[in-house]
Design a protein around this ligand. Structure first.
Ligand SMILES: Cc1ncc(COP(=O)(O)O)c(C=O)c1O
Length: 509
């Protein structure tokens, strides 16, 4: 139900919670309304025309919504109730590590002394920020077993591209012309995309029957044309690559570098380090592992840590600890590594994500981080064991932080596909798991419960999955095909939504 029409024919108030539609903020707009107020001062008003050079002035009118703070808050709050979030309940979206994040990390990121600083402020005014960045870099290097890191990349994929550019710079500096990067067929789509963007060709290696890289196949493609191998460990089947030290040795034997996609770092925190496995370049997804929920479209951070020999190539400028002053006070500044590949982000990356990550690391400490990994693995195995009779278990052995099951039999017997299970799960009050990834698993259901869910929540989630399967067995696929039934937006045509994306609202129509 919309409210009475306001002057100009626009709705003055929006539907209440639970309604099917929410107007856009432009539809709520009433000329002259403001969401801010400034007290009057003695300072004379300067006409905009005197402040902005002619060349930079707009010629047309900016069509901005005009709403009061009260209407705006109500609108945004209603919108927030129309979607599922990590703060609302379990979000077992495999490969994305959507875990509950402690609010203290947000409180730290909101501190005026951090959030209110202009990124162009000079080091003399930003010693606190610089010390934070230096401490974060040290902590990430310690956790991954690497020597140095850049905090600039904006997300995992940006970290991958940075890593590939580092790989390229390293080989060029050694006079070595190489064309190929090897990735397993279970890899995330960003891996081959980054390889291509980095100017290399992709060579794919198959997965063996245990769900790991097929070592014989890998050996057949490894030669001195290979610049590097990209792996995530545990891999996207949630399984630990047991031959990782052999793979590292074989890569290094042909002069290739080993790249670690840190998407699955949550599984091994404080237990084992990529550096000790033989990796040379490691990206981390701070927005998965360290306190900024991934997947909401907000900013992320994908720091890249490297072995000592690659540190001279890192993007710059990098924050560094300088010699203390005469009174022994610590001082910090910026440095550009001698053979730097250049900048990969404006300023210093998504700085408030970095602040949240350091808060998360300090709140948990070494023992706490190890416990994060242990509980993430325990929870995934609890669900895997519970559901391996309900769905197919293509790689039926203990997993790490996520369990990859399959709805193949459910599809073949009752016509219910992984997509239908995912949609029906929304009706049960849970977010859907990742589906159809990794690509090598037919009707894949990739379930990552994370360490933050209790045994009671896991039990409820398992029962929800079981109910969906029981419903299909008892009364066929109709309910699942029509799901979700109880969400504000029902089943959308995802292909059309992606192909005919309408990302802006045109107020003139
Ligand atoms: C295995 C893996 N690698 C890379 C990425 C890319 O990370 P981002 O989304 O931060 O770019 C993801 C994203 O979920 C992933 O699951």
């Amino acid at each position: 139900m919309t409210g009475p029409a306001a002057p100009g024919g626009r709705a003055a108030s929006a539907p209440l919670l639970g309604s099917d539609t929410e107007p856009t903020v432009f539809e709520l707009s009433v000329p002259g309304r403001r969401a801010w107020s400034l007290r009057t001062t003695e300072v004379p008003e300067v006409p905009v025309a005197d402040l902005v050079p002619v060349a930079f002035r707009r010629e047309d009118q900016v069509e901005l919504a005009e709403v009061s703070e009260r209407d705006l808050v109500a609108h945004v709050t209603r919108l927030s109730h129309r979607q599922f979030s990590v703060d609302l309940g379990a979000y077992p979206l495999g490969s994305c590590t959507m875990k509950y994040n402690p609010k203290v990390c947000d409180a730290v990121a909101a501190l005026e002394g951090l959030a209110g600083v202009h990124p162009a402020a000079p080091p003399s005014l930003t010693q606190g920020w610089l010390s934070l960045l230096v401490e974060l870099e040290r902590a990430l290097c310690e956790l991954t077993g690497m020597a140095a890191a850049t905090l600039q990349p904006a997300a995992g994929a940006a970290g991958e591209l940075t890593g590939l550019l580092l790989m390229r710079a390293w080989h060029q500096a050694h006079g070595s012309v190489r064309h190929r990067v090897v990735i397993p067929d279970s890899a995330h789509g960003t891996n081959p995309a980054s390889v291509t963007l980095g100017g290399y060709q992709v060579t794919t290696v198959p997965t063996d029957e245990r769900g790991c890289v097929d070592l014989d196949a890998l050996c057949r493609v490894l030669d001195e044309d290979v610049a590097g191998i990209m792996l995530t460990n545990p891999n996207t089947l949630g399984l630990f690559e047991e031959d990782i030290t052999t793979i590292a040795r074989k890569a290094h034997d042909v002069g290739a570098l080993l790249y670690y996609d840190g998407a699955n770092l949550n599984a091994i925190l404080g237990v084992v380090r990529p550096g000790d496995m033989g990796f040379d370049i490691v990206h981390m997804n701070l927005h998965k592992t360290f306190a900024t929920p991934h997947g909401g479209g907000g900013p992320g951070a994908g720091p890249v840590a490297v072995a000592e020999r690659l540190a001279p190539f890192l993007p710059g400028p990098r924050p560094v600890a300088l010699e203390p002053d005469e009174e022994g006070t610590a001082r910090f500044g910026w440095t550009v590594p001698p053979q730097s590949i250049g900048r990969v982000h404006g300023f210093h990356g998504n700085a408030l994500v970095l602040a949240r990550a350091l808060a998360y690391l300090l709140v948990n400490g070494g023992d706490g981080l190890r416990r994060v990994a242990e509980l993430a693995v325990l929870n995934a195995n609890w669900l895997r064991t519970r559901l391996r009779g309900t769905f197919d278990a293509p790689y039926d052995r203990p997993c790490m932080h996520e369990a990859v099951l399959s709805a193949r039999t459910l599809r073949d017997r009752f016509g219910v596909r992984a997509l239908d299970v995912a949609k029906r799960l929304l009706d049960e009050g849970f977010h859907a798991p990742t589906i159809y990834f990794p690509l090598i698993v037919d009707e894949a259901l990739m379930i990552e419960p994370t360490e933050t869910e209790s045994l009671q929540t896991l039990e409820a989630l398992a029962q929800a999955f079981e109910r969906i399967v029981a419903e299909a067995a008892a009364s066929g696929p109709a309910e699942a095909h029509a799901a979700p039934h109880h969400t504000p937006v029902r089943r959308v045509d995802e292909a059309r939504a992606a192909r005919h994306l309408v990302a802006t609202y045109d107020a003139r129509h």
